[in-house]
Design a protein around this ligand. Structure first.
Ligand code: CUA
Length: 163
């Protein structure tokens, strides 16, 4: 019957649109996820690490924050961002040190920027972001939050001293 044929066509069209929509949504979500700042360091780390923000400060490695020496003047820096500060809020490294930052948030989205360098990433609760930087110059480097996170956002900072 003709009416059935048209119904079938219309039904197929509807299903096709639904599939297209879901694919677009899926690809969009994936692409968005793949663009998480700090996620570009695929060579040395897993592309994606998740963590429970509620218990992160009792979960290794974030239960023991700070610098861990992993090589000749090379360090892992495990850090937590929270309203309104960073743990630890002060770190010292020798000149020329390569630091692999691993950071997540205990509460809301924060920023992680070191002015004067190309270090700039978002700190998202539930996700661990990574970024590597080599401190070739001596001095004091401020880590600042560049995502508005509440009343004391402007006060949120930490310092890295390069000697
Ligand atoms: Cu944290 Cu602004």
């Amino acid at each position: 019957m003709h009416i059935h044929r048209y119904e079938k066509i219309w039904l197929s069209f509807g299903i096709a649109m639904l599939v297209v929509f879901l694919v677009v949504l899926g690809v969009g979500a994936f692409a968005l996820g793949a663009q998480t700042p700090g996620d570009h360091d695929h060579s040395q780390h897993q592309s994606r690490q998740t963590v429970d923000p509620e218990t992160v400060d009792q979960t290794a490695p974030f239960n023991d924050l700070g610098l861990k020496k992993i090589g000749e003047n090379e360090y892992d820096a495990y850090m937590l961002a929270f309203a309104f500060g960073y743990g630890p809020d002060k770190m010292e490294v020798p000149q020329g040190a390569t630091v692999h930052f691993h950071i997540t948030s205990k509460d809301v989205v924060h920023g992680f920027q070191i002015p004067g360098t190309n270090v700039n990433m978002m700190v998202v609760p539930g996700e661990v972001n990574h970024l590597t930087y080599t401190f070739t110059k001596k001095g004091e480097f401020l880590i600042l939050c560049n995502e508005y996170c509440g009343a004391a956002h402007e006060m949120m900072q930490a310092v890295i001293i390069v000697k």
